[in-house]
Design a protein around this ligand. Structure first.
Ligand SMILES: [Zn+2]
Ligand SMILES: [Zn+2]
Length: 404
């Protein structure tokens, strides 16, 4: 990588107020605390860039489509039927407005994607009709798919457009669209700068997906489709797959429908409570840098009852200590042995993130395995990470550093 460029970025990101810094240790980026922290303390709080409720909760009226807050019925706000293809409900006017300006207007309405100050071009009825058609096709697709990734990617691109067009208005000084996610200090960096440094999985998107997105952007404003090329679309999907967190309240829910796809095809998110217990997925600029450990030094918590992630210390930490979280449920269940627990979590990690865990707990517990068990587990992990030959883990600049 280019040293002075990176140095500049990681000086400004994350902001000092988060109490953490990103450092390179043993050739990988890790998050470290910049002060002593006591067990149970909140290290930082972070809002997501984009989020998506689980498919069964979209349109259910149970959670705010923007912040995931549980809806108290008299408070709910709905959009007019015409502009509410996902039947979204919102907990407050603020969430509704944020959702509209961040992504809804571009993806699901025929309003101009440009701020009023610079959208002088008159729009023809034919153009509006084309835009409407493109949106309908995309909505049909995401409903059929039931996956979070295409929604996260579409919202990410829409948010990028919203942030960059609002910078045009303000002459590059300030954004009218508030960046509530963790941004670099000084505001010199774009959303693209944040995401380009993150790890991703190499994925092969369904062939029909990109043309649908391109059509939405192109009909909204010719030229916008430049935001998604084939390569960029695949990379964005891979970034969401690798980095998104599962949001759950109070340890998670029990009523999520059983997945109908093969276990290896089920979407996975980072959550110590298990993706099967989450209510939705969310993507964060800073927390994406947290690495996995089966004995994590910290945990994500959503104790404000929204997508705001609170990172909590699991033990007393000294300045400079590395922060890790569990991407999967690493607790030993009552009905399993230590060996079975090790095997379960390592298969999940291999399936979801394509790496063989090298944490101290895995190493220690690995010593108790017989040579046969070792061979068997390694084989299963390999199978897990090879279910789709096209999928592998990527880090910008360096390839597959933890994959065997
Ligand atoms: Zn809300
Ligand atoms: Zn481990």
């Amino acid at each position: 990588m280019y040293d002075h460029y990176c140095l500049g970025y990681y000086d400004a990101f994350p902001p000092k107020s988060t109490n953490v810094a990103i450092e390179t240790r043993e050739n990988r980026k890790v998050v470290v605390v910049t002060k002593d922290v006591a067990a149970g303390e909140v290290i930082y709080k972070e809002n997501p860039v984009v989020s998506a409720l689980d498919a069964d909760l979209q349109g259910s009226g149970k959670h705010c489509a923007h912040c995931f807050r549980i809806i108290q019925s008299p408070m709910s706000i709905e959009l007019s039927e015409e502009f509410n293809p996902l039947s979204s409900t919102f907990c407050s006017k603020a969430c509704l407005v944020a959702n509209q300006s961040q992504s809804h207007n571009l993806l699901f309405t025929t309003e101009s994607p440009l701020p009023a100050e610079i959208s002088a071009t008159p729009v023809t009825p034919t153009a509006i009709e084309a835009r409407h058609k493109a949106q309908e096709k995309f909505i049909e697709y995401i409903k059929k798919e039931g996956r979070a990734a295409p929604i996260l990617v579409a919202r990410f691109i829409a948010r990028q457009v919203a942030l960059e067009t609002s910078k045009m208005v303000e002459g590059g000084k300030k954004t009218t669209e508030k960046s509530d996610f963790t941004d670099a200090e000084g505001g010199e960096y774009l959303l693209a700068d944040h995401i380009e440094r993150l790890r991703y999985l190499e994925v092969k998107p369904p062939a029909e997906e990109l043309p649908l997105l391109v059509e939405i952007l192109q009909t909204a404003l010719p030229g916008l489709e430049q935001f998604v090329t084939d390569e960029r679309h695949a990379t964005l999907l891979g970034k969401m797959a690798y980095n998104a967190y599962g949001v759950s309240f109070g340890g998670g829910r029990d009523d999520k429908p059983e997945p109908t796809t093969r276990p290896e095809d089920v979407e996975k998110t980072r959550t110590p409570y298990g993706t099967a217990r989450q209510i939705g997925s969310a993507f964060y600029t800073l927390s994406s840098y947290l690495t996995h450990s089966c004995e994590p030094s910290a945990r994500p918590s959503f104790s404000s009852g929204t997508t705001e992630l609170h990172l909590i210390a699991n033990r007393d930490l000294k300045k400079g200590d590395e922060l890790t979280v569990a991407f999967v449920d690493v607790t030993k269940h009552e009905d399993e042995s230590a060996v079975e627990c090790r095997r379960r979590r390592r298969i999940e990690l291999a399936r979801g993130w394509r790496f063989a865990c090298g944490c101290a707990r895995c190493e220690e517990e690995g010593k108790e395995l017989t040579p046969e068990e070792h061979k068997e587990q390694a084989g299963e992990e390999k199978d897990g990470s090879k279910v789709e030959a096209s999928m592998s883990r990527f880090e910008e600049g360096e390839k597959n550093d933890q994959v065997e």
